[in-house]
Each structure stands twice: as structure tokens, then as C-alpha cells.
Design a binder for this molecule. Sequence first.
Ligand SMILES: [Zn+2]
Length: 710
Amino acid sequence: MTRYITIILGLFHFLAGAQHTGKVDFTEGDIHIEITPEKGLIAGKVVYRFKVSEHTDTILVSSRALQISEVTWKGEPLNYQAKGNNLMIIHTFEEGLYEDLVIQYKASPEKAVYFPGFTTTSFSEDPPVVPGEGGKQVWTQGQGKYTSSWVPSFDDMNEKVIYTMEILFPKGYELLASGQFQGKQELEDKTLWKYALKKPVSSYLLAFVGGNYRKMEERSKSGVPLEMYYYPSDSARAETTYVHSAEIFDFLENEIGVPYPWKVYRQVPVRDFLYAGMENVTLTLFSDSFITDSIGFSDKNYVNVNAHELAHHWFGNLVTEESGKHHWLQEGFATYYALLAERELFGEDYYYWKLYNSAIQLIRLSEDGKGEALLDPHAGSLTFYEKGAWALHSLKEKVGVKAFRSGVKEMLTTYGFKNIHTGIFLETLSKHTNADLEEFRSQWLEAPEFPEEEAVRSLKRNKFIRKYIEVHEDDASPVVVYNEYRNLLKEPLYFPLKQMLLERASAWPEKLRDSFWLEALRSDDLYIRQGVAMAADTIPSSLKKSFENLLDDRSYVTIQEALMKLWLAFPDERYGYLERTKDLKGFEDRSLRILWLGLALFAPEYEEDSLRFFEELQSYTGPGWQFETRQHAFEMLFEIGGVTKRSLLNLLQGLDHPAWQFSRFCRTMFDRLVLKPEVRIQLRTIMPELDPALADRLRSKLDSIKLESH
Ligand SMILES: [Zn+2]
């Protein structure tokens, strides 16, 4: 038996390798599915066309936990075996073109398709959907989670297919998918949505998203429709969130020198996204925590992610890495071109400041002996993204702007809709330059260490960075530098230098420090005032008035810092500070509101409202809120000792949340909480309300704690 299995497995591995050598090439795929979001169910079929270049007895298609019900070719059933992550179709195919290979299947994906708001956990006391918070959604994530979890497709990035999608979705929602919109058909209680790509893509780039959305539309200079989606409740914030979108698009088309390769570009925010954004072809999805109003914009915005995912539409979607070893060709390029777009919008100093910061991180990594080569397929994201961008920055300095641009352009036009590796990039570039690319390869791509010396030399070409480094290294006494620092505050220098000065002043003698800070608080520059808000640990009474004005600043970071610090420094004035900020919602993650509630619960003037405030605070732990909001609420409740049955149930619900960041947070929070005996008692009383599997897990967890404490 064992041996038999070994032989089968051995054969299987051999076959898996065989298809990679290119006997079978899938060219077109038509996906027809019905989504039943309440059940987390996808059912339907995919129809493939393919070329066989050499006699073969089997064909492999990736299929992760899909229930295959039938495979037919020209209507005739074929034999197949579902094994591991593959579907093996057993039939003799001679050289030739084939069509009408139909795979019927069902899927209840645990990964790659997510149904926030649709599928619910019964034991939470809070609603799965909160009005105005994105509503019910379905969205996919192919990269890293495998598109073959919802449609038989190809985990191998080298298999590029022209896909169309027809998706049946409940009425009353928008349904968007990769490709151009081909129309929709209203059926009884469902809508059939049709999309088509005209060019081949790797399967991981396929996506769909369903939910309640409105859209803003613009056109690029080249005429490409840019569709920007938002939740109906966010119409006031859509404009700010998507600001610069068309400029970024026009800039990238021009800078890259190759027209946008697809016919339409859509961007859609989704709830509880696993990353910042994902460049699904023609359909970028991004975390709805980037939605912002104009006050939050100065602290955190979508501009960088916007440019990064769009840049991938050339680097990743048009030319795709052949394997993980060449991942920097996607992430390094997308990070670099996003940075170029930001330089266009925010200037040279911004550009160098970002490079300076990533250099600091990369130098530290190297110093800790954890430096990674860019060509190491197991490198981390700091390497793939930031070191990758640095490599391109350095390469452009080496070969010159003109050669760099023509090399990149030639690579994209020659290898468009195909796969590439690092050698192809360097060879193509070498046709446009005499520079030593071998040296570049060994220094930037193969060596694990970050080339610090060269990086610093490059950074020092920027005047602002030179000044920053000079001031940073200068340790003259406060009395000596006081006047110089005051002058620097007034100079038209990029703000991080000024914030550094304000931070330094926190170690000065009080009198000097306070007058320096006071001057900064009177500045017209939001970021200079913010520098004081961040630098001050305590608020000297001479700064009280100016500090209070920060509560009206147009930055939530500043307001949050000021509120917390004023509340601590002047207990008699707490009520006044809270009254002044009671209507602020703050960032999308409600961090300001949650801080406010936590503080208000301790203000005697609000005694009559305290129950209402506590209810509101608890409600933010519910499944209807984005996970960042829930985290802030759990932390605040933990801080003030306010964890009750209601929030505990929500925490338990979060233990298996699909967003790994949040489930990890919930597990850590849970481990901290069960150390408290009163929480353990509470947990035992709610156990009967939970589903049996979770109750079992909980029981063994509690028992293990009891054992430890004995
Ligand atoms: Zn990326």
C-alpha cells in the first residue's frame, strides 16, 4: 500500500513537472459562477481553450479544495483525479488546438475569497453590519492566497490566460471584476455581471468584488477611464481619498513611456483587507482604512498605495516575474515608480527623505547581520520593496536617466504579457548603456549587505538631506545652537528637520526649551506645531494657551497628542477639552473617538452620560466595524478594566478572523485577559452560548491556565 502510494505520488510529481516544460499552454478561460454570499459559496464552471504541443496523457490545473463535479471535453466526460492542489485530467491529447474543456465545481473558500458582513458568527451580541461602515461585501485576494481556491486556474505565474467572467450575484449590489464591463442582465433575484479581459494574465491577478458602491469617474490624458469607487456614506470623503489619481496615472504613463496596457482602471476600497492594496488586473482593491477627510489627509493618505498598485499594472501585470527569486522586479519597481510619482507631487526633498528613512532601516538590518539579497526568494518585504527601490534609484544614477528609461521601455514592449527574470532586465538595459551592470548585480542584487557608503553618497546630493545629517550630527550645547535653530524653523526647509530640532529641545534647560517651543507653536506650519505636540512629554504652563489651540489643528495626530497631554497636565480643565473635541470622529479607525470616550468616562461632569459612552465604546469591538477600530476599542477597554461579556464575545469572534493581523491581535489580547481570574469566571459562564468547537478550545485553554497557576 505504502509503496503503491509512493509510486503514484512519484508519477504525480513527474507529471506536475512535465506540464511546466510546456506541452500544454492554456490560452483562454471563460469563468461562469454564481456567488451565494450568505453561505460563502461559489459554484459554476470554467471553460478552457488550450494548445498541446506534444502528445500527453494528462493535463494539470490548479485546484485548491474545490469540489469538482464533472470534467468534460466537447460534452464527453473525462476521467480526472483531484490531488493536493491540482486537478489531474486524464486523457490522451495529441498535438493540436483544443476548446470546450469544461470543469464544473463548487467552492467554500476559507482563503482567497472573503465575505465581510455576509457570513456571520451567531454568538456576537453586536450586528455584523453597522450602517455607514461599508456594508456587506465579497472580495478576493489571489496573490499569496491562490485564485485556484475559487476557480480551477493556475498557481504557476508563467501560465497566462485571457479570461472572461460572468458572475451571478444577489440583486442590489455592484459587482466588479477584472476586465472591461460587458453588460449586465437582471434576473429574478440576481444580476448577471459580465467582464472580459482582452490580454493574457497570470491567474493570481484575477479578482472580483461585490458590495454597495458609488463611483467617481475621470479620464487619463490618454483616454483611459479611471473609475474610483466609494461607500455611499463616504461621498464627502471620496474626493480627498482619491486626490491626485489622474495626475499619478498621467505621470506614470509618461515616465514609463509605455501606454497603460489595459483598457480601464478601477480602484475599490474593501473592509478588513489583508494588505494595504492589491494590484488585481484593472481592479485594484485597497484597505478602507485609507479613506480620509481633509484633516486626516495630512497624517495618512492613499497617495503612495494608489501609485504603487497602478505601477504594478506594468511591473507585475504586464511583465510578470518568472519565479519568487525575481520578486523585486515587481515590488522593487512598483515601490520605486510610486516614489517617482510622489516626487512629482510632493517634491525632491520628500523623495530623498523617504529614501533616507528606508536606508536607515536597511542599514540597521545589515548591522544586525540580517541583511538579505534582493535575489533571495525568501527575503522579507523591507528587502523586496525598499531595497528594490533603492537598487533602481542607484541603477538610474549609474546608467543615466535616458538609458534607464529606454531599457525599461524596451523590456516592457518586448516582454509584455510574458514572464521575465532579472537577467532579461539587465541584458535589455545593457543595450542602452556601457555601465558595468555586473558590478550592479553583485553589489545590489546578490550581496545581502546594504551598500551603505554608496547610498549615503547618493543621499547627500540632496541639499535638505545634507543639512539634516549635519544638524543631526552636531552636538553643540543648546545655548550655542539656540539662535541657529530658531532661524532654521523659519527657513523654507522640509518639515522633518524642524521636527527633529523640536524633539532635541526636549532635553534642553526648561527656559530655552519653552521659548523655542512657544515660537514653534505660533508658526503657520501645521507640521512645526505638530512637532511640539509630539515632542512635549509634559506641558509647561507657559505653553498652555498655545497648546490648547492645537485642539483645533487640521491634523488628527496633533489633536490626539494634544488632547491626551492636556488631559494629563491640567486635570481641572478636562471637561473643557473634552467638550471642545466631542464631535470629532477622527481617522477612519475611530482612534480619536475611542480615546475621547476612554477619557470622558473619567470626567465627573459626564456622569449621566457614562453608561451611554461605555455602550458606545463597547460597540466598537463588534464585528460590524473594521478591525483597526475593534483593536483600538479592545485596547481601551483593557486599559480601563472595562472588558465585559459583550466585548469578550466579540474578542472570541475575532480569534478566527480572516485578517491575520486581527486574529493575531485577538489571540494576544485573549492571552493577556485570561490571566485575570475574573475574566476566567466570565468566560466559563458564557461557554454554553458558544458553538461546541469553540467552547472546547476555550475550556482546554482555561484548564491549561489553571494547571500553570498550581
Ligand atoms: Zn506591491
